[in-house]
Design a protein around this ligand. Structure first.
Ligand code: 5AD
Ligand code: SF4
Length: 431
């Protein structure tokens, strides 16, 4: 992890700054939480270090969305035994979704060298864990604006926590709790501070981010408010759910060029039978209809998605429906996951056999790769609005990596005519 923090640090009387090493698993929500955690440490005079051996404190921010994610996070905690032996004064914090699921009692008994456990639901009270270890802080917590995970021009803004849907395969509602929406005033204050500190692009975050509503205001109204802030070049949000799109949003998308021409819209399956079993709340046809409406409003819209293969009872026919959807949805990119049981209910554990699971995953990945290539090549000859990070590299509104020979102005959006594509990158010229 890169330490991109350039914020002036609170000086520690009589010595160099202490260092915190943060390992983050899971989604952007966890990344955003890790940034808040970094900010809380900075307010106590710490800087973020990419080197474990130099760390005075370690935070493991865990994920449990699939069993593999949980296992990885847990084994990372296990490996820190050695660090703790070498740094007996150092403090180890285990936080996030797996911490929530497994609980402090279990984690501390299995790993007695863990100092604090803070579950995802309590993460806003991470400061309490710091206080328990280090005593009260001198300074008020400053707002962090430097994104540790993306380009420093991009800032995450969490607008909701938790999820109130009941997708059959998903553990998130159980670990993060029901949806709760952050008041618009707080979101605007956070956005304003991050823009004032140099961010050009904001990413509004939530598990079902477009379900946000609060005090009579809708998601589209919130977007409009954020778009009015001075200095904003581009606005993204992640991840929306198909159920919460409405006409007001589609109208806004059509008329608002600063709203990114990219949507990460997880579909999960292309089979109506499986979508129903998953309790996704839409059919394949409804999902495709939504894509058509979005693309009618924004013809150059890029859409990426998530798929789960091997859901219990998924037949060869269901899987074929998913394969067909890759092309039909014209996805620019897709994450493909093997179904991972997150409950002990027997009917939810009877996934297809391991070998068949691997075969389906490989076929889906190949279809996605081939389709992404086609979608990328379709951009040749077209124009992309690119937010430059360096003089030669940037990211387009459709979320494609773009390269030019020279002339990009970091932090500014410029128009590029695409004249080639390779791997995952578009090549072009500034016009
Ligand atoms: N098994 C496999 N994939 C899952 N996801 C969520 N829960 C599971 C599970 N039990 C995937 C979904 C979701 C993404 C974040 O993780 O595709 O969109
Ligand atoms: Fe993992 Fe889900 Fe938690 Fe994100 S919300 S860290 S994906 S379990």
């Amino acid at each position: 992890m890169k330490n991109t923090n350039k914020t002036k640090m609170t000086a520690v009387p009589g010595g160099p700054a202490k260092r915190v090493y943060i390992v983050t698993f899971g989604c952007q929500m966890n990344e955003a939480d890790s940034e808040d955690i970094a900010a809380a440490f900075r307010a106590r005079g710490y800087e973020v270090t990419p080197e474990l051996k130099k760390a005075d404190a370690v935070v493991v921010n865990t994920c449990t969305v699939r069993q593999k994610a949980e296992d990885k996070a847990v084994s990372q905690v296990g490996r820190l035994r050695l660090w703790k032996e070498r740094h007996p004064e150092g403090k180890l914090f285990v936080v996030g979704c797996a911490a929530q699921k497994l609980g402090a009692k279990y984690l501390k008994s299995r790993f007695p060298f863990v100092d604090e456990v803070v579950g995802a639901r309590a993460i806003e009270r991470f400061e309490d864990a710091l206080e328990a270890q280090y005593g009260p802080a001198d300074a008020a917590i400053e707002i962090s604006h430097k994104n540790l995970f993306r380009s420093p021009q991009t800032a995450y803004v969490t607008i909701m926590r938790g999820c109130s849907l009941k997708c059959s395969y998903c553990i998130v509602p159980a670990v993060r709790g029901p949806a709760s929406f952050i008041p618009a005033a707080e979101i605007l204050e956070d956005s304003r501070a991050k823009l004032a500190a140099g961010a050009k692009e904001l990413v509004l975050l939530g598990q079902t981010v477009n379900s946000w509503r609060r005090d009579g205001a809708t998601f589209s109204e919130l977007l409009m408010e954020v778009l009015r802030l001075p200095a904003i070049e581009r606005l993204r949000f992640m991840s929306p759910h198909p159920l919460y799109y409405d006409d007001a949003f589609i109208k806004l998308l059509a008329g608002e060029p600063k709203l990114a021409r990219h949507m990460h819209l997880p579909v999960q399956s292309g089979s109506d039978r499986i979508l129903k079993a998953m309790r996704r709340g839409y059919s394949r046809g409804e999902y495709l209809d939504l894509l058509a409406r979005l693309r009618a409003a924004a013809p150059d819209l890029a859409v990426s998605t998530d798929f789960i293969v091997g859901y219990p009872g998924e037949t060869e026919g269901d899987f074929a429906d998913t394969l067909r959807l890759v092309q039909e949805g014209r996805f620019s990119m897709a994450y493909c996951f093997k179904y991972s049981p997150r409950t002990d209910r027997p009917e939810m554990r009877t996934a297809i056999t391991g070998a068949e699971m691997e075969r389906r995953l490989a076929r889906l990945l190949a279809a996605v790769r081939e389709n992404s290539r086609v979608v990328l090549n379709e951009r040749i000859g077209k124009i992309e609005e690119v937010l430059f990070e360096t003089e030669t590299h940037g990211r387009s509104s459709g979320n494609f990596a773009v390269r030019v020979k020279a002339g990009g102005i970091p932090g500014k959006v410029s128009t590029v005519l695409v004249d080639g594509a390779e791997k995952n990158t578009l090549n072009g010229k500034l016009i």
